[in-house]
Design a binder for this molecule. Structure first.
Ligand code: AMP
Ligand code: AMP
Length: 343
């Protein structure tokens, strides 16, 4: 039997964990008329109080204890919005066990967080991906070696040969879970998409590039100094920088986004919906190499709480990705299609 949900927005609230993109998510939810809840630990409360985005703060001992307050969320009809920290603290498997309302497909989080599955998905969508080397012995071009998990690029290294690979791996004797990927010379470009199951339309919300330490600081010293002090390139995420893309490249990106959504329908029931991001390097011949997908809001959208150069074209109110999520939920509630925003 189909569950009957209230069609009154005031019966619901929007909740997330206090980190990553919570400020924007909660501000957007308030702008769309929702009550908001921020789940914090002792150390994380301050910004959510100072910026006035949370109507209520639920405190947990640590984020891993999320399930201890789940009943409180259920009582308040809260819709939880997953983001990078939410998934890294709970793990995609535990997200599947949530009993409270969850925005977006839970199943697709399993696909995005497993490098092999993710690659299978992106290839089935016909996207261009950097080559993967199964064996270090096969390395015949510059490669980037990535360790498993969303650790914000910590510990990645570049190698030019099999010998360099093993030399670098000495620093990580315990690591068994890594991927060796062709290093693409080009510029990073992160495209923020939004797909709604209600409107059945794909939108490009904005773009960013990352500000990474020490990849973004190495160029500040001479090559001679880089060599003499043995600096290794690493990609620890510190912040994000706005970009707009050459306009003639937009049609191709819409097509790539649409193919990703379509391919996701073969993987999980409702397919991918809500915000997602294709993380790419664009080379000098304007080829896009997709090295990752995030099937949820990315923190690069934090640049645009007041809307982006793209959302400004389409909306007559400042439309952040956080607000777009809240609007999707609101439209779902009011049109009696709430189950279409849940996963
Ligand atoms: P945090 O809550 O800051 O520990 O972030 C959790 C994870 O989300 C990190 O490990 C990163 O992979 C990702 N993340 C956090 N902040 C950003 C950001 N500004 N840009 C991109 N990714 C981020
Ligand atoms: P990731 O943790 O996969 O998001 O990668 C962190 C950073 O490494 C990215 O922001 C890029 O700057 C860089 N990167 C990742 N993969 C590649 C690649 N295949 N070629 C060149 N740069 C890459």
């Amino acid at each position: 039997m189909k569950t009957v949900y209230s069609t009154s927005q005031s019966d619901y609230s929007i909740a997330t964990i206090g980190s990553h993109s919570a400020l924007q998510i909660l501000k957007g939810a308030k702008d769309e008329g929702f009550k908001t809840i921020c789940i914090c630990d002792k150390a994380s409360r301050k910004p959510y109080e100072s910026y006035r985005v949370a109507d209520e703060i639920l405190e947990v001992e640590s984020f891993g204890d999320f399930f201890t307050i789940e009943q409180e969320l259920i009582k308040r009809n809260a819709v939880v919005i997953p983001h990078g920290s939410f998934i890294s603290h709970l793990g995609p498997e535990r997200v599947q066990d949530l009993q409270c309302f969850h925005y977006g497909s839970k199943g697709i989080l399993i696909w995005e967080s497993d490098r092999k599955k993710e690659r299978q998905w992106l290839l089935s969508a016909g996207l261009n991906l950097p080559k993967i080397f199964e064996r270090p012995e096969d390395i015949d071009c510059p490669v980037i070696v990535k360790f498993h998990g969303a650790r914000g690029g910590l510990g990645y290294f570049i190698a030019n040969s099999t010998g360099e690979f093993y030399e670098n791996m000495k620093r990580y004797p315990a690591e068994k879970d890594y991927v060796i990927q062709e290093y693409i010379v080009g510029v990073p470009m992160y495209c923020h998409f939004f797909y709604s199951r209600l409107t059945k339309e794909l939108e490009i919300m904005s773009f960013d590039k990352r500000y990474e330490s020490n990849a973004d600081s190495i160029g500040r010293i001479a090559a001679r100094d880089q060599l003499s002090v043995h600096i290794n390139t690493s990609y620890t995420i510190v912040g994000n920088i706005p970009v707009v893309i050459r306009e003639s490249l937009l049609p191709q990106l819409f097509e790539m986004g649409e193919r990703v959504v379509e391919a996701s329908r073969d993987l999980v029931d409702a397919g991918l919906f809500g915000p997602f991001c294709l993380e790419m390097i664009v080379d000098k011949n304007l080829n896009f190499y997709v090295f990752e997908i995030s099937a949820r809001i990315v923190a690069g959208t934090n640049l645009y709480p007041n809307g982006s150069p793209y959302t400004d074209l389409r909306y007559d109110v400042p439309m952040s990705t956080g607000r777009r999520i809240a609007r999707d939920i609101k439209e779902g509630i009011e049109s009696n299609q709430f189950e279409k925003v849940l996963g």
